[in-house]
Design a protein around this ligand. Structure first.
Ligand code: ZN
Length: 688
């Protein structure tokens, strides 16, 4: 269910803790060091974002067929870009196209503050795939005026370039998008998961229209079949609409919603199938059939084939995947990642998956909720070759898919860590001064410098390849009972699994870490991040909303509270600055185990009320005084809390009509890539 973040889902996508973490890491790019030194990792920054590049080490060494396969999958990936814009908000494409029409034709003063503010706003819209923050979900506040927008920019833009299709006229278009951009009260948040409100009404994502939360829940409850061993993920690939009193789904498929983009994706997937070997060829063709029909049973069939293929060197994600963007956790955001296996680094994850059953058998939870038999955990380290949709430009550092619980139960899951992305984070974060500012003790800083990257990677591996897949539900529990708290609790479960085992003597025994010091490095950083430094990403006065952030706060605060009598974690004031330190790492590890016991119980028993209480008590509210202090100290460092990436460009080299090579280049201009994609890979109508 949640693959991306931690990786992406489960992955830290959400770049999370690793982003910050990555700053302390050591050089890990597998190409030669000279080249790495010269490579410019950061290519742009604006607002709270920096834009990086990543390298694709090993691409040149791939066979021609493999390179060609990557090329076609790359084309299929970037062809879906518009879909996510539309899923995020109904008028995102109208706004993006209007802003781009202005940006590419305006001849007036480009040195004035208002133009600069306009340009920054457009960069943010590209980065977020819409007008709401990619992580915080709140609508952006433009720093240029409505008068400037209409009276200067629009007035000087050729009317025929405005995306009026679907609106009827430029007046209608502007009457819709101007308030969407400027009226702070309108479409305030893309995603609201608060208690006691209609979350569909409060959220401006585009997965539902005219439907109340109760109506949507009822609609899907009716489709649910009791005791179905292979339940379909109903609603994953559709928008739910109410029109003329009737509720129905608009399915994403060829001939249905998003058809124009899906046709392009299918075209390139068919090309990919043409060069892929079995079983991958058939797997790709099953995905094509699914896009053509919209039949979710075919998507399951695709996922089963995909998860069982652990041999293909090139691999990909392409589909409506993560459900984080839907307040009801049902609709899949479109995404694609093209990658190939890093054979050397994969040995690390192989050791973890070889010991999967041991970890499950020793998990500190009620034995009734352990899995008797852990199935097919395949774990590998990959090199990303293309990021797209929900994984672009902000990207996960790991992925664990598929999301359907029954497929994971019966066929296992594929878990990956994306090493060239974490390497890029690490490289770009060097020398930021972050640790010196927030980590009080020199011994902690030293351990982080020494073990930071290793313990981050291992925590990700454990979270992804074992954590999410561990445990089982009580016999009469069907899943889904935890509703809006499910993502946070699920991430907490996986994180706790990783934290608990990172400090287990078993890790030393199987040769993954040299000593308990690696765990200490991770524990100190995790607690500091959960209770303090992750607030650098949240605006003053706001609560913690995003699931992974809530999860980290939940774990850190719960352990603080439950270890308080023994002073396991302590707040220290020095020179007027607040620091959080871990005094007893061994006891903290036990607390992780105790908390995992409870979180697993909540999931296994579907105990909504306990889940609600624990999340609301520990994960949501930030002390305003501390928040302000953290923001001020962070601002003084002048680093951006969020990162994202632009993609390399792949070009077919042909001789006499035959493909003889695929060339890779690393562009270094964010704006150019965004405009290039908009001009060449924008297939959807403005209104869908
Ligand atoms: Zn996760």
């Amino acid at each position: 269910m949640f693959p991306n973040i931690f990786i992406q889902n489960k992955t830290m996508k959400k770049q999370t803790l690793l982003t910050i973490t990555a700053m302390i890491a050591t050089l890990a790019v597998s190409c030669n060091n000279n080249q790495a030194d010269e490579f410019r990792w950061q290519i742009d920054n604006f607002d709270d974002v920096k834009v990086l590049r990543y390298q694709v080490p090993g691409f040149e060494q791939l066979s021609l067929e493999e390179k060609e396969l990557i090329y076609y999958l790359n084309q299929a990936a970037i062809s879906g870009r518009d879909i996510l814009f539309d899923q995020n908000f109904k008028y995102n494409l109208a706004i993006r196209r209007t802003l781009e029409a202005i940006y590419t034709t305006y001849k007036g003063d480009k040195e004035c503050a208002e133009w600069k503010a306009f340009e920054k706003y457009l960069k943010k819209v590209w980065f977020a795939n819409g007008i709401h923050h990619h992580y915080g979900n709140d609508k952006f506040t433009p720093e240029f005026s409505q008068e400037y927008f209409l009276g200067e920019l629009i007035a000087n833009t050729p009317a025929e370039l405005l995306p009026v299709e679907g609106f009827g006229s430029a007046e209608q278009l502007l009457a819709t998008i101007t308030p969407a951009i400027f009226d702070a009260e309108l479409y305030k948040s893309k995603l609201v998961q608060a208690d006691g409100v209609d979350v569909l009404e409060a959220s401006s994502m585009n997965y539902y229209e005219g439907v109340t939360q109760a109506e949507a829940e009822k609609f899907y409850a009716k489709m649910y079949k009791k005791n179905d061993p292979t339940p379909i993920s109903y609603g994953l690939n559709s928008k739910l609409v109410k029109k003329d009193g009737k509720i129905y789904e608009q399915t994403y498929k060829i001939g249905g919603m998003y058809s124009d983009a899906l046709e392009q994706i299918v075209y390139w997937l068919e090309k990919a199938a043409g060069v892929a070997k079995e079983p991958q060829k058939s797997t790709i063709l099953t995905l094509v059939e699914y896009y053509k029909s919209g039949d979710l049973a075919l998507f399951d069939k695709f996922n089963i084939a995909w998860v069982q293929d652990t041999e293909s060197h090139i691999d990909f994600v392409n589909g409506f995947t993560e459900d984080y963007g839907d307040p009801l956790g049902r609709k899949g955001a479109w995404e694609s990642i093209v990658n190939f296996k890093d054979t050397e680094a994969t040995k690390r994850t192989q050791v973890i998956s070889d010991n999967a059953q041991w970890f499950e058998d020793h998990s500190p939870i009620n034995p009734a909720y352990r899995k008797a038999e852990v199935k097919g955990v395949s774990a590998k380290v990959i090199t990303a070759a293309t990021l797209a949709g929900d994984a672009y430009p902000s990207t996960p550092i790991g992925i664990n898919l598929p999301n359907a619980d029954w497929i994971r139960r019966d066929y296992g899951s594929k878990s990956v860590t994306i090493d060239n992305i974490t390497a890029a984070y690490a490289e770009s974060g060097k020398g930021s001064g972050f640790d010196e500012e927030f980590v009080l003790r020199a011994e902690d800083r030293e351990r982080m410098a020494k073990y930071g990257r290793l313990s981050d990677n291992l925590h990700t591996d454990l979270h992804e390849c074992l954590g999410h897949g561990s445990g089982q539900l009580a016999p009469n529990v069907k899943g889904g009972e935890l509703k809006q708290y499910s993502s946070t609790l699920e991430e907490a479960r996986a994180d706790l699994f990783g934290l608990y085992y990172l400090g287990d003597p078993k890790m030393v025994e199987i040769g993954l870490v040299p000593s308990f010091d690696a765990a200490k490095a991770q524990y100190a950083k995790y607690i500091m991040n959960g209770m303090m430094t992750q607030f650098t990403r949240i605006e003053l006065g706001k609560n913690v909303e995003e699931s992974h952030m809530r999860n980290r706060k939940l774990i850190a605060e719960w352990c603080y509270d439950h270890g308080k009598a023994e002073n396991v974690i302590e707040w220290v004031k020095k020179d007027g600055k607040s620091y959080v330190v871990v005094n007893d790492f061994e006891r903290l590890r036990e607390l992780f185990g105790e908390m995992l016991y409870e979180i697993q119980r909540i999931k296994s028993e579907g105990d909504f009320e306990a889940g609600r209480q624990i999340v609301e008590k520990y994960a949501v509210k930030i002390d305003p005084e501390l928040h302000k202090e953290v923001l001020d100290r962070y601002a003084a460092l002048n680093i951006q809390p969020y990162s994202g990436f632009i993609n390399p460009i792949y070009t077919l080299v042909e001789e006499d009509g035959k493909v003889v090579d695929v060339k890779i280049e690393y562009p270094d201009n964010y704006v150019e890539q965004m405009l290039y994609y908009s001009q060449n890979y924008s297939f959807l109508p403005t209104l869908n």
